[in-house]
Design a protein around this ligand. Structure first.
Ligand SMILES: [Cu+2]
Length: 357
């Protein structure tokens, strides 16, 4: 507690110092209060939930009474909506499930609507979007719309932009999808626990007036990692002894990870998204690709690099495109060798097959 209080105080002091340097040159920044008093720390309990403070991620995720995910459940599948006037209304429930990462390995995950990743929210630029989130987790939560420019009260940071949503409570988020691109949404409460065990999902905004034809194949690929030992899930934390031992593509490790079927000559877009705590060097076999968008923003054609490996860092998205000129079964894999293992055994992890027929 002391460590965290002094860290937050240090960050706040740094912000103030920065504000001091810039006095006169910039508008007065909003100063975020530091959590330094016992009262503030008690308030932090309401953010993180009882018993989950500094060091909480060392604790196993409670699996007692957690239901299994549906047998055919797949992550990142399109979520339906209702139209209320001109508003697209999506419903999400944050809930724990037992999620199969691959053969014989089941994690206790916290999910949106029972899948890892959560469902894909896909809308068109200019749409008004309403998302009703019900919190069926045993802890408070919030949602951050990563990369989307939303009003501050919709931004999902507990005690900065909104109060956390208590267990059993419901909160409605609403914003206009003002930018096209590949984005994502995730918990912004106790991230080291909640995001690490599944509270993340893709968010795609299609352009209102596309300047080029849609690709023939358009897939979103969300990366993250896990620590599961026997029946126990612990949030994976690099360098703590709680290191990840499973690495997943859309919630599954190879060979259980999904594959991509393509016809020769088709143009393929892969929207790569890193929801975990590690960087991944994604390498496509067979043909190179171009990076056509970064963090949702289109890369002008003259600046599009042709590469065969792209490093996606935590929180980043990269849209890559290629034409499948070569028939065959090709690997798309992380080039960090350890990330293509399952609990230390290769060949597994962040690897999937691109079938070009
Ligand atoms: Cu990797």
């Amino acid at each position: 507690v002391k460590l965290r209080a002094s860290l937050v105080g240090f960050i706040a002091a740094g912000s103030l110092a920065l504000a001091g340097c810039a006095a006169g040159a910039l508008p007065t920044p909003t100063v975020v209060p530091a959590l330094t008093t016992p009262g503030d720390m008690a308030a932090a309990d309401t953010v993180f939930g009882p018993g989950r403070e500094s060091g909480h991620t060392m604790l196993p995720v409670e699996s007692e009474g957690v239901p299994s995910a549906q047998a055919d459940a797949r992550g990142a599948q399109p979520l339906g909506y209702q139209l209320e006037g001109n508003i697209k209304v999506f419903n999400l429930t944050a809930e724990p499930v037992r999620w199969t990462l691959g053969k014989g390995i089941i994690a206790t995950a916290w999910t949106y609507n029972g899948t890892v990743p959560g469902p894909l929210i896909r809308v068109t630029e200019g749409d008004r979007v309403r998302v009703v989130l019900r919190n069926s987790l045993p802890a408070p939560t919030t949602v951050h719309w990563h990369g989307m420019q939303v009003p501050t009260g919709m931004d999902g940071v507990p005690d900065i932009s909104q109060p956390a949503i208590k267990p059993g409570a419901t909160l409605t988020y609403e914003f206009v999808a003002g930018q096209a691109g590949t984005f994502w949404y995730h918990s912004q409460t106790d991230n080291d626990l909640q995001v690490s065990i599944g509270l993340f999902a893709p968010l795609i905004v299609d352009p209102k007036a596309p300047t080029e034809p849609n690709p023939d194949v358009d897939r979103v690929i969300v990366l993250n990692e896990w620590r599961v030992v026997g029946d126990v899930t612990v949030p994976a934390m690099p360098m703590t002894g709680m290191d990840a031992n499973f690495f997943t593509v859309n919630g599954k490790f190879y060979p259980d990870a999904e594959s991509i079927d393509v016809k020769r000559g088709q143009r393929v877009r892969l929207r790569l998204l890193d929801a975990g705590q590690l960087s991944h060097a994604l390498h496509l076999h067979g043909v190179p690709f171009k990076i056509v968008a970064a963090d949702g923003y289109v890369v002008p054609e003259a600046a599009q690099l042709t590469e065969d490996t792209v490093t996606v860092a935590p929180g980043e998205s990269d849209d890559v495109e290629f034409v499948a000129t070569e028939a065959g079964r090709w690997a798309l894999q992380c080039n960090v060798p350890h990330h293509t293992t399952n609990d230390g055994s290769s060949l597994g992890g962040l690897m999937m097959v691109v079938n070009v027929s």
